[in-house]
Design a protein around this ligand. Structure first.
Ligand SMILES: Cc1cc2nc3c(=O)[nH]c(=O)nc-3n(C[C@H](O)[C@H](O)[C@H](O)COP(=O)(O)OP(=O)(O)OC[C@H]3O[C@@H](n4cnc5c(N)ncnc54)[C@H](O)[C@@H]3O)c2cc1C
Length: 457
């Protein structure tokens, strides 16, 4: 029997697709990386089916690529060597909501918006919010973060336990449902951020949080991204209850105004959010942060308590990357993702802007600056070698700068196929351990081959 025939036997004809439109849809993510089709796309309904798919792939030596919503930005889901893409869309159940434990158990295909919709009636929410409506499986596999990671942490801080199908089809459960555990190696943390290269996540146990009674958003504009960065680090040092601290430069603001019809002043801007249960405490935090902002040249401070207007503000922030691209039709995003220690942030932001000027590249600087993570978003034509080379040069320059400050090449987007070279350089000798782990768990390198751990030279 061929592997396709075996898959049809496991899943049924209608859950094994090989038509060109579905293959195209699974050939690219939200990035400039060159698309490549898988040979088949399959839609399992449960863990047992995932295990049987992997066993089939293993016996025929066919690569297996996990697919959530395809919103990754480093070519993570591109099957560069073909193979079977496992799309987790049909595994999107909420298995249990346990409000008294602040825990939820889900299948990996559920998206963050669907999860939050289900949590709302319990007065709970899940805080990790990459701009896109990503799947929880994809978010766990990339250790995603977003605007609220400042207060709650990234995915690694939220996943208490998980179920994974290993490369030989074994099903393992690691971690648990407690807020703390010192029992043995932290295998949960190993699978989180492993980009589908060590196992396929089939269930997640996640921390959830109570919704604060009061939330207020604030905004302040600055003469430069460096001034805004200085204000951001200053506010963090005050220990205020800031839950979001986002920077958008002039170019990002102009793009959002153009596409969303907003009228924000076209200046480097900090968007902040404060959440708590006591108005007086929030007012105090607002006053402290306003003072700090003004010491760094902040102007036009505004605070927004109304929920609809606050949501409109965060909608604008989340749309920024898409709106920047909308400026030139047909372009794809090349996004840098460096993070530096907080004290190095203001100069790093200036360096990012200067780098764009030096290379003569159009781009916007924005980021989750409260935790030192900033991006340059460049809209490029992947078929234009000069544009690709220039964007790569910008990326390389900001990564080297971040390293000089003790930073990292990726704060939240992950390695995928775009940063394997940088991972090796960043981790030095210890990068050998990545191969040791990969060889132990996936000796034939069939799980998302070439991602995170580069193929051997
Ligand atoms: C407009 C926009 C804004 C964004 N902003 C942010 C941001 O602020 N912060 C941030 O962190 N990211 C951001 N991203 C990137 C992206 O949303 C995240 O990387 C997200 O985690 C990807 O989830 P996904 O479901 O789309 O996964 P996919 O892109 O489908 O997959 C990503 C990786 O996860 C693996 N994977 C998926 N499901 C599983 C599974 N069940 N088991 C094992 N591996 C699996 C895949 O093989 C792949 O390696 C943004 C993207 C867009 C388009």
């Amino acid at each position: 029997m061929t592997w396709l025939e075996e898959l049809r036997e496991i899943l049924g004809e209608d859950q094994v697709l090989t038509g060109s439109s579905v293959l195209d849809q699974h050939s690219h993510d939200f990035s400039y990386h060159t698309a490549h089709r898988p040979d088949a796309v399959v839609y399992p309904a449960n863990t047992q089916q995932v295990s049987r798919i992997v066993q089939c792939a293993q016996s025929h030596r066919v690569p297996v690529i996990a697919f959530g919503q395809g919103t990754g930005v480093e070519g993570h889901i591109i099957p560069a060597a073909g193979g079977i893409t496992i799309d987790f869309t049909n595994m999107d159940r909420i298995i249990a909501i346990r409000p008294e434990d602040f825990v939820v158990q889900v299948e990996p295909g559920i998206t963050r918006r669907a999860l939050n919709k289900a949590l709302g009636p319990y007065g709970l929410f899940f805080p990790v919010d990459p701009g896109a409506d990503a799947s929880l499986g994809g978010m766990a596999a990339t250790n995603a973060a977003g605007t609220e990671a400042l207060r709650y942490g990234a995915m690694r801080q939220q996943v208490l336990g998980l179920e994974a199908v290993l490369a030989d089809g074994r099903v393992v459960r690691v971690g648990g449902a407690t807020m703390k555990s010192s029992a043995g190696y932290q295998l949960t943390s190993l699978f989180v951020g492993s980009e589908g290269t060590l196992g396929l996540l089939t269930e997640l146990t996640l921390k959830v949080y109570g919704i604060s009674a009061l939330t207020v958003a604030a905004r302040s504009v600055f003469d430069s991204v460096e001034d805004a960065g200085r204000a951001a680090t200053g506010m963090m040092m005050q220990g205020a209850a800031v839950s979001r601290m986002e920077l958008m430069d002039e170019q990002s603001i102009a793009a959002v105004n153009r596409v969303e019809g907003t009228s924000f002043p076209v200046r480097a801007t900090l968007f902040m959010e404060f959440a708590g249960n006591h108005r007086s405490a929030l007012l105090e935090d607002l006053a402290t942060c306003r003072d700090v902002a003004e010491e760094s040249g902040g102007q036009e401070w505004t605070a927004e308590w109304d929920a609809d207007r606050r949501n409109a503000l965060w909608h604008a922030r989340h749309r920024a990357a898409l709106d920047i691209l909308a400026a030139s039709a047909g372009t794809h995003p090349f996004t840098t993702d460096t993070a530096v220690p907080l004290s190095a942030l203001p100069a790093a932001l200036r360096h990012a802007r200067d780098t764009l000027t030096r290379y003569g590249v159009q781009g916007a600087v924005l980021g989750h600056v409260g935790d030192g993570n900033y991006h340059i978003v460049m809209g490029i034509d992947p078929n234009n070698p000069e544009q690709v080379a220039q964007a790569r040069a910008v990326n390389e320059a900001v990564i080297h700068y971040a390293w000089e400050q003790g930073g990292t090449c990726t704060g939240e987007h992950g390695i995928g196929m775009g940063k394997t070279r940088f991972l090796r350089e960043e981790k030095g000798e210890s990068s050998q351990l990545y191969w040791t782990i990969k060889d132990a768990l996936d000796p034939n390198h069939l799980l998302n081959p070439g991602k995170t751990v580069p193929m051997r030279d």
